[in-house]
Design a binder for this molecule. Structure first.
Ligand code: PLP
Length: 387
């Protein structure tokens, strides 16, 4: 039999354009230092290390025997109702669980694929605006959907809010906002969200609000686009990953404008991203309980105080961070953020260089408050030594 040769193919040039996902590089650097025997405290990636609440784990396990069929793409009605109840309690707003909510496999896949579901490339509106420094998935989702990314810088002098006045909105199809913000930890007032939603309606684009961090705050509960009286052209993306330390479960939801949710209901069965039924049952338990979220918030506040105290003692300035699980810290002197992060890694603390999140992140590093309290104490001592 003739041997078949290797099929030649050309991968999408976009893979080369977007490069290695920044956190993969950070992980590789951490492994190299650990291989030398250095004990490393990883404050790089925003992956909570706490266990999910026992009630959530139990709900998952009890649902396993009933979960051999395909999960419905529109999610279980019980989960959509639990989400609507939670939004009602948390944001005092009413959602129709059948028309305005759709469960997702975490927020990330829904964020990545939104542009695919909504962009009309022949209609002439292909710009996807997003803020930078920021979560890399808005830009990547735009590119893989054939859209054109438009980065709006977040500057400290503007409280890490984008300038909405300097944009030609007529060519924008989609605007991503992310408050509380990763990586700056900034929050946006409701009036700002209202202004953005007003622009979306006036100019016919979609406002997509990534609200994965609304539940982890240090001062006051942050606002949501779900509080807006008029949610036309508006979608909110929520997640259990950070709120309930459930990154491994993959569970979130999209809610908002019923017509946009209908478009997602039409799009998503093709993609195959319906969460497993046992995860959806666990998610019902998670959205129905607020006690474990309060405990999580208290824990992050404790870890935050440990690290902030160490930085303050060394005269290092925390630039943002009134919410989220991150500290956005100014790099002392004029050292590039990647060199500063490399220096801290050599001393045993992984932090993310601000430049990983976009050019406006240069001059900062992001510290994720994810290790357990004891490890944070260790990191604080190492930081004090290194700074
Ligand atoms: C801003 C932001 N949005 C969304 C996500 C994705 O969360 P999920 O785990 O729900 O996919 C993350 C995860 O780090 C994030 O930082």
């Amino acid at each position: 039999m003739p041997r078949l040769g290797r099929i030649s193919y050309v991968p999408s040039p976009l893979l080369a354009r977007v490069g290695t996902y920044p956190f993969v590089r950070l992980e590789e650097a951490r492994r190299r230092v650990q291989a030398r025997g250095v004990h490393v405290v990883d404050m790089g990636v925003g992956d909570p290390r706490e266990r999910a609440d026992p009630r959530i784990e139990r709900a998952l396990v009890e649902a396993v025997p009933h979960a051999s069929g395909y999960p419905p793409a529109q999610g279980l009605p019980e989960l959509r109702s639990a989400v609507a109840r939670w939004v009602g309690r948390r944001f005092a707003s009413e959602l129709d669980p059948d028309r305005e909510v759709i469960p997702t496999l975490g927020a990330k896949e829904a964020i990545f694929s939104l542009a695919q579901a909504l962009l009309d490339r022949d209609g002439g509106r292909t710009l996807v605006a997003y803020t930078e420094p920021g979560y890399p998935v808005y830009e990547r989702g735009a590119l893989f959907a054939g859209g054109e990314p438009l980065a709006l810088p977040l500057l400290e002098e503007n409280a890490f809010l984008p300038d909405l006045d300097g944009v030609d909105w007529e060519s924008v199809a989609l605007l991503w906002l992310n408050y509380p913000n990763n990586p700056t930890g900034a929050v946006a007032p409701l009036a700002f969200l209202e202004q953005a939603a007003g622009l979306a309606r006036a100019h016919g684009f979609v406002l997509a609000a990534d609200e994965a961090y609304t539940e982890l705050w240090f001062e006051a509960p942050p606002a949501s686009v779900l509080q807006l009286v008029d949610r036309t052209n508006v979608l909110a993306f929520h997640s259990l990953s950070k709120r309930s330390s459930m990154t491994g479960y993959r569970s979130g939801f999209v809610a908002g404008d019923a017509e946009l949710v209908a478009a997602l209901r039409a799009f998503r069965p093709t993609v195959g991203t319906a969460p497993q039924e046992f995860v959806q049952r666990a998610a019902v338990a998670a959205w129905d309980d607020e006690e474990h979220v309060e405990r999580n918030r208290a824990l992050y506040a404790e870890k935050r105080a440990i690290i902030v105290d160490a930085l303050v003692r060394r005269g290092v300035r925390v630039a943002g961070s009134t919410a989220t699980i991150y500290l956005w810290v100014e790099v002392p002197g004029s050292e590039p953020s990647e060199a500063f992060a490399a220096r801290l890694l050599e001393r045993g603390v992984v932090v993310s260089p601000g430049s990983y999140f976009g050019p406006s992140g240069e001059g900062y590093v992001r510290i994720a408050l994810t290790p357990p309290v004891e490890e944070c104490r260790r990191a604080a001592a190492l930081l004090e030594d290194a700074l």
